[in-house]
Design a protein around this ligand. Structure first.
Ligand SMILES: Cc1cc2nc3c(=O)[nH]c(=O)nc-3n(C[C@H](O)[C@H](O)[C@H](O)COP(=O)(O)OP(=O)(O)OC[C@H]3O[C@@H](n4cnc5c(N)ncnc54)[C@H](O)[C@@H]3O)c2cc1C
Length: 465
């Protein structure tokens, strides 16, 4: 990345997630070496993998449970995200209502219950992830987005979810920005420090006898007697059951490869702001904010009152490239800066302490899906599409149900058990994503949904981050 193309506000920026500064990296989780056997192996130590390990321990107190992580804790999406904790497993109420009308009530109820249980688990396991349930202000920048907020409130009301349109005065008390003339407050929303959540979950697992190996990318899974054999660079593991929680990385199972695409999403973060600076933008409480275009920003405070400002660009690279060098992108940081200053002109003197990117596992209907392979001995969950902080816990429970052969409300959900529409191969994939993005951007500018997007809606195909 060319740092020189950025403004002086980035002169002292650390181009890595701020969240990483708040945890101590673990050097006591060596790579898998030699041969080992266990009952349950989990591939991937992000939220999904670690919730799977913790919940597997609750169900199987005496089982030998091993987690194999390709990199280091919190290196991937779970340590790079905004930390917004949605009361949803379906990428929001509207997505549930539009795609699964017959089970939308169930999805909304399970999503709320999952956030309650998520909070209860953090308390029970004494995980200090700086969780706070402080609500979210949804912001509109245009007349059609304002109408969108009213529509959102009506949809929420249908499902008994609380949301309040803010009057001009009330909006000024929440956020004072020339960019956003309208807002909707959603009280049931939470926030975490995501890297602390990863480390807290890992610690809770380790304390309960789960073994975690970092630097252990699994390259191969093959049947082995009644179980499965997994190959990593320095070792092999035989396991009766496997949870695959590899998110945006290239799926090990070939048949899953067309189901997700890696979309790069970027974040900038200010230095800690003073009370006077926060007062200048009217952001007094601890709630988060997000605007509501197809290309949207999300923003929140950290524990020490920095402002995180992320989103907008959603970058796809030809060939579904996942190169770590693409995790920094000067053009995206500059665009985020421009939009930040347009939203908060009084903060023109702030500097950005951190900037980073992460990869989102976008599925063509914006929610995770689950399934099994190897005659039910392996379960997978992926496709969270930018809303996986809380849904990952639910997906973990679903995978464990599947591995235990249980028929539960979770395993019966059409949302999670039906695979999403596959992305086409290249070069059509890149062209199709580019075309969808240009139509979504045009809708943001004009408020008009194109015929192509409406056809995609009817076919249950979506694209977003
Ligand atoms: C920039 C950004 C902002 C986001 N903001 C939000 C937000 O505010 N709220 C929200 O709800 N969601 C958000 N998300 C999405 C959320 O972060 C993810 O949905 C969630 O972290 C997924 O968790 P995971 O454990 O499935 O994936 P990951 O955290 O990606 O973990 C998967 C792990 O598997 C490992 N792995 C992959 N392949 C292998 C292999 N072959 N062998 C061994 N290990 C392997 C990887 O190294 C990785 O550590 C955001 C995502 C990004 C990128």
């Amino acid at each position: 990345m060319k740092r020189t193309s950025l403004s002086a506000r980035f002169d002292d920026t650390v181009f890595a997630p701020y969240w990483h500064d708040t945890v101590t990296p673990r050097s006591d989780l060596p790579a898998l070496s030699g041969e080992d056997t266990c009952e349950i192996v989990i591939i991937g130590a992000g939220f999904t993998g670690l919730w799977s390990a913790l919940k597997a321990r609750e169900r199987h107190p005496n089982a030998r449970i091993v987690v194999l992580e390709a990199r280091r804790l919190a290196d991937a999406a779970s340590g790079r995200n905004g930390g917004f904790c949605a009361p949803s497993i379906s990428h929001g109420v509207a997505n549930a209502a539009a795609r699964w009308p017959e089970e939308a009530d169930t999805l909304v109820r399970l999503g709320r219950q999952n956030l309650d249980d998520f909070e209860a688990d953090l308390l029970a396991y004494r995980i200090d992830a700086e969780f706070e349930r402080t609500g979210k202000v949804n912001l509109a920048a245009t007349p059609w987005e304002t109408e969108g907020l009213h529509q959102m409130q009506r949809t929420y009301a249908r499902f008994g979810a609380e949301a309040q349109i803010l009057s001009d005065e009330e909006l000024k008390e929440h956020l004072h920005s020339p960019r956003y003339p309208a807002g909707l407050f959603e009280p049931n929303y939470g926030f975490v420090n995501p890297a602390r959540l990863v480390h807290g979950l890992a610690e809770a697992c380790l304390l309960r006898g789960v073994i975690i190996h970092q630097d252990s990318p699994v390259s191969e899974i093959t049947p082995d007697g009644g179980g499965l054999r997994l190959v990593a660079p320095k070792g092999e593991l035989r396991a009766a059951k496997v949870v695959m929680a590899t998110n945006a990385d290239m799926p090990i199972l070939r048949r899953l490869r067309p189901t997700i695409v890696p979309i790069f999403d970027y974040t900038i973060m200010t230095e800690p702001l003073s009370d006077a600076q926060l007062a200048s933008i009217g952001w007094q409480g601890r709630y988060g904010v997000a605007d509501c275009g197809n290309q949207f920003h999300y923003s929140r405070k950290t524990a020490d009152n920095r402002i995180l400002w992320g989103g907008y660009d959603a970058i796809y690279h030809f060939g579904s490239k996942r190169d770590g060098r693409l995790l920094n992108r000067a053009q995206s940081y500059a665009r985020l800066e421009t939009n930040f200053l347009e939203a908060f002109p009084s903060l023109r003197d702030v500097k950005f302490s951190h900037a980073w990117g992460g990869i989102i596992d976008t599925s063509a209907r914006l929610t995770f899906f689950t399934g099994t392979a190897f005659e039910g001995r392996l379960a997978y969950a992926l496709g969270f599409t930018g809303q996986g902080v809380t849904a990952s816990r639910f997906a973990a429970l679903t995978m464990l149900d599947l591995l235990d052969g249980l028929e539960t409300e979770r395993t019966q959900l059409r949302m999670s058990c039906k695979p999403p529409f596959p992305f086409p191969p290249e070069p059509v994939r890149c062209l199709a994503i580019g075309l969808a993005q240009s139509h979504l951007a045009r809708e943001d500018r004009t408020g008009k949904r194109s015929a192509m997007l409406r056809v995609m809606d009817r076919a249950g195909i979506g694209f977003g981050s």
